[in-house]
Design a protein around this ligand. Structure first.
Ligand SMILES: *[C@@H]1O[C@H](CO)[C@@H](O)[C@H](O)[C@H]1NC(C)=O
Ligand SMILES: *[C@@H]1O[C@H](CO)[C@@H](O)[C@H](O)[C@H]1NC(C)=O
Ligand SMILES: *[C@@H]1O[C@H](CO)[C@@H](O)[C@H](O)[C@H]1NC(C)=O
Ligand SMILES: *[C@@H]1O[C@H](CO)[C@@H](O)[C@H](O)[C@H]1NC(C)=O
Length: 189
């Protein structure tokens, strides 16, 4: 009984603690928002690489759904994949880890290879540690300099908008391993 009581009190304290930190975050957000009109717009150019591990037991992108026509379609139309890819500072997979690229990619073009992207860049190191950028748009994967919209962000990147240019830096068909280069042009306040 005492033990149950102790656990109950501990849980209550933990819940109270998380409420307290939530309201602190809200206060910070309120202060930030009230000052929004005085904040200057900033711009940044980011360059990083995404390790696209397509095959093997440690693949970081997996199919979660497909339509009946997907296997008959030369564009894999209707295939939906979830990914959690490593972001690195350089093309080398062992270079500095900057974060993860997480999201959902849908093969959404009946004629050409093009993905409908829903991607979050989650930075866990470097000057943007703790911030995210959100990418949404059409990605024609067989073309060069693919342009995608940056539609928002969190942390440092609150109110972000911009675009990214991406290219396939390398692809190893034996390992089924790709490296993608992203250059992101973003403004935020
Ligand atoms: C509000 O923004 C101005 C201009 O960027 C800055 O100088 C000031 O410190 C900010 N105030 C707060 C409370 O953040
Ligand atoms: C997969 O990951 C495990 C654990 O990190 C590692 O031991 C193994 O060598 C990896 N396999 C391949 C094929 O990379
Ligand atoms: C889709 O495939 C499933 C299983 O292969 C089949 O039962 C179903 O009838 C198919 N639906 C259509 C619309 O072709
Ligand atoms: C990123 O930020 C988190 C939380 O503030 C911190 O714990 C972590 O050490 C930072 N990572 C790096 C590589 O700076």
């Amino acid at each position: 009984m005492e033990r149950v009581c102790a656990i109950f009190i501990l849980c209550s304290l933990l819940i109270a603690g998380s409420y307290a930190s939530t309201s602190k975050d809200i206060l910070e957000a309120e202060k930030w928002f009230r000052n929004l009109s005085q904040r200057r717009e900033k711009v940044a150019k980011l360059r990083f690489y995404i390790q696209d591990v397509l095959g093997g037991p440690n693949a970081t992108i997996w199919e979660v759904a497909r339509s009946n026509v997907t296997s008959l379609s030369h564009t894999m139309f209707g295939q939906i994949r979830v990914l959690d890819n490593l972001i690195t500072a350089e093309p080398d997979r062992n270079s500095e880890k900057l974060g993860r690229a997480q999201g959902l990619v849908t093969s959404a073009d009946l004629r050409e290879s093009a993905l409908a992207m829903n991607l979050n860049f989650v930075f866990t190191a470097g000057r943007y540690n703790g911030s995210t950028l959100c990418i949404l748009g059409r990605n024609p994967i067989d073309t060069m300099n693919r342009e995608l919209p940056v539609v928002g962000g969190t942390g440092v990147f609150r109110m972000a908008r911009g675009f990214s240019i991406s290219n396939t830096y390398s692809y190893d068909p034996v390992e089924n391993y790709g490296v993608l280069e992203y250059t992101v042009y973003v403004s935020y306040v």
